[in-house]
Ligand binder design. Structure first.
Ligand code: NDP
Length: 312
């Protein structure tokens, strides 16, 4: 079996930044792209808040630049998905979807997070037929149509705002009587005439012949004035948060009750020696490209230190 000094799982800003630092340190890291090459950012269009791009940058363009930068320093990028991980003894053995295996002295987990769904059977039934968790990926199909976005956080507001540039009408389905998003995003959606916010509303089902034609909604569920009604829509977008992709590393790597990998203080060290976590998989708070990149840098520096202390 091939034995390498550093394996990086994930190809978002955390994975590639770890690759840049580890490459420059001469660790010849291998980066496995995982399920979503380029990470979650590739599902958005333009990034306006990454330092160094005063005019914004296309998300896919930025990720391909990060990849090139990592490769320039010797990182090898493989298009593989890890399917099994043995962290019982070092070097750690990782198995991939093509059946290949790699032993690594250090591992950086930068596997990110995945969009959450409500758990309604109709979400599965209409997946790709009107149900989506990515407005920027699928919004194009809803030009001049009616869509709904579920959620009241920053993501939901961003998605609603983006969809309003394409769709005829955008509803936000919010279970609480208020939005959780930042004030700036709240103002943006509240001032957009195409967006209507349905507060205290839950979705209990979807309907339609060959795709979504509407949602079954409940206003003030469980209250005396509870009201059931149907909202005609063509698209149903989920924006209710994310689940960290940490399951593969259990039980060795410790996670919190939401599934985020627990790291030691402000370091990227996990509960397993030589195994580090970077980016959204270990970040319940910030979840920004820049904070993911920073943690990728820290993870690479820690891996370098660990290898040098062990004389590997
Ligand atoms: P959040 O956790 O902030 O918001 C999730 C939203 O979905 C909440 O309104 C929540 O409702 C709702 N929700 C959750 N579960 C359900 C459910 N089962 N049914 C109905 N509604 C549900 O997630 P986000 O993805 O919006 O944001 C995550 C983090 O990323 C935040 O810190 C955010 O600020 C940040 N972010 C920053 C951006 C930026 O700076 N440009 C852009 C996007 C995100 P409730 O309030 O009732 O819990």
């Amino acid at each position: 079996m091939e034995t390498i000094r550093l394996l990086i799982l994930g190809s978002g800003p955390a994975g590639y930044t770890a690759g840049i630092y580890a490459g420059r340190a001469g660790l010849a890291p291998v980066i496995c792209e995982g399920l979503q090459p380029g990470g979650q950012l590739t599902t958005t269009t333009e990034i306006e808040n990454f330092p160094g791009y005063p005019d914004g940058v296309d998300a896919n363009e930025m990720m391909s630049q990060l990849r090139r930068q990592a490769e320039r320093f010797g990182a090898v990028v493989r298009s593989r998905i890890a399917t099994a991980v043995d962290l019982n003894k070092a070097p750690y053995c990782i198995t991939f979807d093509d059946g290949s295996q790699v032993a690594c002295h250090t591992l950086i987990i930068a596997t990110g997070a995945t969009a959450k769904y409500l758990g309604l059977p109709d979400e599965t039934k209409y997946q790709g037929m009107g149900v989506s968790a990515c407005a920027t990926c699928d919004g194009f199909f809803y030009r001049r149509k009616r869509v709904a976005v579920v959620g009241g956080g920053d993501t939901a507001c961003e998605e609603a705002d983006y969809l309003a540039t394409l769709a005829e009408k955008v509803f936000m389905i919010v279970r609480k009587p208020f939005l959780r998003a930042s004030q700036a995003m709240q103002d943006r959606v509240k001032n957009n005439p195409k967006i209507e916010i349905l507060f205290e509303t839950n979705t209990v089902g979807l309907f339609g012949e060959n795709g979504v034609e509407g949602a079954h909604l409940v206003f003030r569920k469980g209250e005396t004035d509870e009201r059931h009604y149907d909202l005609p829509i063509d698209g149903f977008f989920l924006a209710i948060g994310h689940t960290p992709n940490s399951q593969l590393f259990l039980p060795n790597v410790k996670i919190d009750e939401q599934g985020y990998i627990i790291t030691e203080g402000a370091t990227p060290r996990t509960s397993v020696p030589g195994v580090f976590a970077a980016g959204d998989v270990a970040d319940p708070h910030y979840r920004q490209a820049i904070t993911a990149a920073a943690s990728g840098c820290k993870a690479a520096l820690e891996a370098q230190r660990y290898l040098s202390e062990k004389g590997l």
